[in-house]
Design a protein around this ligand. Sequence first.
Ligand SMILES: [Zn+2]
Ligand SMILES: [Zn+2]
Length: 271
Amino acid sequence: MDAVYLSDYHFHTRCSADSTATLAQQAKAAMAAGVRELCVTDHWNLLDQQGNRLPTVYDWSRPLEQWKRLRNRWAGKIELRLGVEVGNGVLDPAAVDASLELPELDFVIGSLHSQSAAAGGRGIFTVARGCTRREEGAALMEDYMDMLEELVRTGGYDVLGHVIYPLRYLPKEFALDLRPWWDRLAEIFRTVIAQGKGIECNTSAGSTVEQWRDVLALYRDLGGEVLTLGSDAHRPDHMAAAFPQAVELIRSLGFRYLCVYRQRTPLFYAL
Ligand SMILES: [Zn+2]
Ligand SMILES: [Zn+2]
């Protein structure tokens, strides 16, 4: 990795149900990868994989405690910020806003990990992996686009999390991409840009870089500038995964900056 200031603005720790990593392990791995700034974004999902509702009040005690304990441990080497990844906040935007009233909170990723309530609310990971026909995959994408539109309408996020999320898990032989929904995605991005919000390039532990090309190019063409970079690492060896390739792609598309956040406001640093 070259000497550019780099940030990983999407990763998890044992404060997420699907990770056992400590914040110290993740921070050390990030430093070893040359990252200068981190924002820890543990999960707060409003639905579980089966579609059951989860609490609409986020319990900040553990994520806040671990962040406070470590925030200054590597002062001068790495900046450590506190964020959260909200899953399906569209279910209750007012409750989400209430739980995000935390002075220490710098950054909120708005993600959709589950189908809409009307479609059953099951985890997109589970549904996508279980799809046996292309039409089922397309229906999942259609529902996902409906929710993305609702998410940008209701707010409660700083960047949209992994916009290409269902494509991570849909069977590759369906050869689905976002092209059938391109006009809707463009409209979603126009709203994001008008709100002064952003999107992320999420390498998904290094598994998705090239899949971002067209989506990031569209966002850039529409004037999008607010962009964060995240590995979505759930374990230390995935921290900052595929960042050199992602940065090369981002630069090649004409982005000159990446963003970090302070108090829910983006700060730009040169790539
Ligand atoms: Zn996510
Ligand atoms: Zn995540």
